[in-house]
Design a protein. Sequence first.
Length: 182
Amino acid sequence: MEKERVDLNAETEEDPSSSTLLDLTSYQLHDLDSVELPLTLTELDLTTNRLSSLDPRISHLSFLKKLSLRQNLITDDAVSPLSSWTTLSTLEELVLRDNQLKKIPDVSIFKQLLIFDVSFNEVTSLNGLANVSNTLKELYVSKNEVAKIEEIEHFDQLSILELGSNKLRVSYLLPSVVMYCA
């Protein structure tokens, strides 16, 4: 069966400072083989597909600022290559919401990360957050299996911490943080 090539309407200007978005939301893709990934992409939205692995070509997108893998079939093993893709070190937003993660992935290479979302997974512990950049402003870990708040003390720029629908039994206060734990 021949794969149909996905028609992209993303602008691929030579100027990397211009925002270039590729939105493949709800294409039900199992892989990105039929997709061209312009090297100038700054945003890649792969929300609501059937991806179970990361295409290694993503590692070449050095201008990427936002990556959404929301609502796919991504597991811990599938997301692990991210930790070695140093060309993505300037990523600012990473959305892994609604996948099959059981732990916080290693995102220590993202030194400018502002938004990190691992909500609606099967994460049982916040172990690993100590390695996340202190530039983080928004952290979403709702609807998981987390029982204890830990490894968040270094987030001095955090303004939103969402932990609702977990197994938390204690409250934890951070100055100037809006925390959702309902």
